[in-house]
Design a protein around this ligand. Structure first.
Ligand code: SME
Length: 157
């Protein structure tokens, strides 16, 4: 209970620091990647109250929907398509302050205004992406990027 209060009241970096410790503990007890993704999506989502938080897994030449929290989402995204496919192709995190300004953005929900997509690496290959959507503009910045990249690393190792 005290930890939840701390999460609710701290700065964004403090909330990520505590969340990351909790994720480390949860991941240490489970090797299965899908099970890990399911709990990590839930923990991120409910810590910050994002609109949509989830994973797309690399399968051949497309991304396929994995564990997520939030409303219904599109199930398959081709390499290079949308923010997710672009993060995969460019092998980097993409922060989108305003989805209407990102050409090719795939609108799974019209409520989504800003987005971050973080590649998940294993053995020098991208095996999935973490995608988070917010109903507000410019929700994500360098603090989110730094911590979410750390969480992505913990998840896949
Ligand atoms: N907006 C993403 C698609 C996935 S949904 O947001 C859950 C994109 O452009 O890749």
């Amino acid at each position: 209970m005290a930890e939840h209060l701390e999460i609710a009241n701290g700065t964004k970096a403090e909330r990520y620091a505590l969340l990351t410790r909790q994720i480390e503990a949860v991941v240490a007890g489970e090797n299965d990647l899908i099970a890990r993704m399911a709990n990590v999506a839930s923990m991120i989502h409910h810590t910050f109250g994002f609109w949509w938080t989830g994973f797309y897994r690399v399968e051949g030449n497309e991304l396929i929907l994995g564990p997520f929290q939030g409303p219904l989402a599109c199930t398959r995204i081709a390499f290079g398509r949308g923010v997710c496919g672009t993060a995969w192709r460019e092998k980097r995190t993409i922060v989108v302050p305003d989805v209407e300004q990102f050409e090719g953005h795939i609108a799974c929900s019209s409520a989504s205004r800003s987005e971050i997509v973080v590649p998940i690496w294993r053995d020098r290959e991208i095996i999935a992406v973490l995608d988070i959507d917010s109903c507000d503009l410019a929700t994500f910045d360098a603090v989110d990027q730094e911590w979410l990249e750390r969480i992505a690393e913990i998840l896949s190792h």
